[in-house]
Design a protein around this ligand. Structure first.
Ligand SMILES: [Zn+2]
Length: 265
C-alpha cells in the first residue's frame, strides 16, 4: 500500500513522529512527502534519506506565492537532483479566498504570479524528466489551460481531486493520474464518489494529504499515512470489488508515474 501524498515534516508530528513513522512503515510500502516551500522541501528530502520507503517531492505551493514575490525557484532545480526526489510538487493554482487579498488588482496580481511560478516549475520538471504533483483549488479551468500547453511533455498526479466524472476524464485524457484521498469518504462528496465508482483503476493513485483530510471515521483528528487503508476500502466499496485489487492497481500506477522500481517480495 502506498501513500502518494503526505506532509510528515509538519510540526503537528513533532511530539510523536517516530511512532507515526513506525506505524506507517509497518503497514505501507512507500510514502511520498511533499514539500510546499524551500524549507519543507528540504525536510521532505531529509525524511527520504532516513527511511527506505520514503521519497520526496520538492516545490513551491501556490498558497505561498504573493504578488510581490520575485520568481527565484532555483532551489527547486538544486533539490530535485537528489536521488530520492521523485516529483516536483506540490505546485499549481489556488484561488481560494485569501486574507491578504483585498482589491481586484491585488487578486489579479497574485493569480498572475501563481501562473508564472506554476509554469516555471512545470518547465523545470520537464528539464529534469520528473512528473509533477498538482494542487488546484477553485481554479480548475486555469489549471487545465496551463497543463494543456504542456500536454504530451509532462505527466504527474492531480492531487486531492474533488470534481465529478467529466472533469476527471479531462485530467486523465491529459495523461495525468487522479489522486484520491479521505475526501472520497465524506458524505458531502457525492459527485466525486460517482466518478470514482466509474473510473478505470489504471488512472488513480491513493493519498492521505496527512495531517489534513482524515477519512470520515476520524474526522477532526490528525491524519496519518496508515489511514490510506480507509481510502482504499472506500474506493473498493464504490467499485464493488476487493480492497486488495484497488491497492494492487493503484500501487502499480504510483510506481509507474514516479518511476520507482517495485520492490521484490
Ligand atoms: Zn498536500
Amino acid at each position: 500500500m502506498i501513500d502518494t501524498h503526505a506532509h510528515l515534516y509538519f510540526n503537528s508530528y513533532d511530539t510523536d513522529r517516530d511512532e507515526v513513522i513506525n506505524r506507517t512503515l509497518s503497514k505501507l510500502d512507500m510514502v511520498i512527502n511533499i514539500g510546499i516551500d524551500e524549507k519543507t522541501s528540504k525536510q521532505a528530502v531529509d525524511l527520504s534519506q532516513d527511511y527506505d520507503g520514503f521519497y520526496a517531492a520538492v516545490g513551491l505551493h501556490p498558497e505561498d506565492v504573493s504578488s510581490q514575490m520575485s520568481v527565484d525557484i532555483s532551489w527547486v532545480s538544486t533539490l530535485c537532483q537528489h536521488q530520492k526526489v521523485v516529483a516536483i510538487g506540490e505546485i499549481g493554482l489556488d484561488y481560494h479566498e485569501r486574507s491578504e487579498v483585498g482589491s481586484k488588482e491585488l487578486e489579479d496580481g497574485v493569480k498572475k504570479k501563481q501562473k508564472e511560478i506554476f509554469k516555471a516549475q512545470i518547465e523545470n520538471a520537464i528539464e529534469n524528466n520528473l512528473p509533477i504533483i498538482v494542487h488546484s483549488r477553485d481554479a480548475f479551468e486555469d489549471t487545465m489551460a496551463i497543463l494543456l500547453e504542456y500536454k504530451g511533455h509532462i505527466t504527474g498526479v492531480w492531487h486531492s481531486f474533488t470534481e465529478g466524472y467529466e472533469k476527471m476524464q479531462q485530467v486523465i485524457n491529459m495523461g495525468f493520474y487522479v489522486g484520491i484521498n479521505g475526501i472520497v469518504t465524506y458524505n458531502s462528496a457525492q459527485e466525486l464518489q460517482l466518478a470514482v465508482a466509474r473510473v478505470d483503476l489504471s488512472h488513480i493513485v491513493l493519498e492521505t494529504d496527512s495531517p489534513f483530510l482524515p477519512p470520515q471515521l476520524n474526522r477532526g483528528e490528525r491524519n496519518e499515512p496508515s489511514m490510506v487503508e480507509l481510502v482504499a476500502d472506500k474506493v473498493a466499496q464504490l467499485q464493488n470489488r476487493e480492497a486488495y485489487d484497488v491497492v494492487s492497481a493503484t500501487d502499480t500506477n504510483a510506481y509507474k508515474v514516479f518511476g520507482i522500481e517495485r520492490p521484490r517480495l
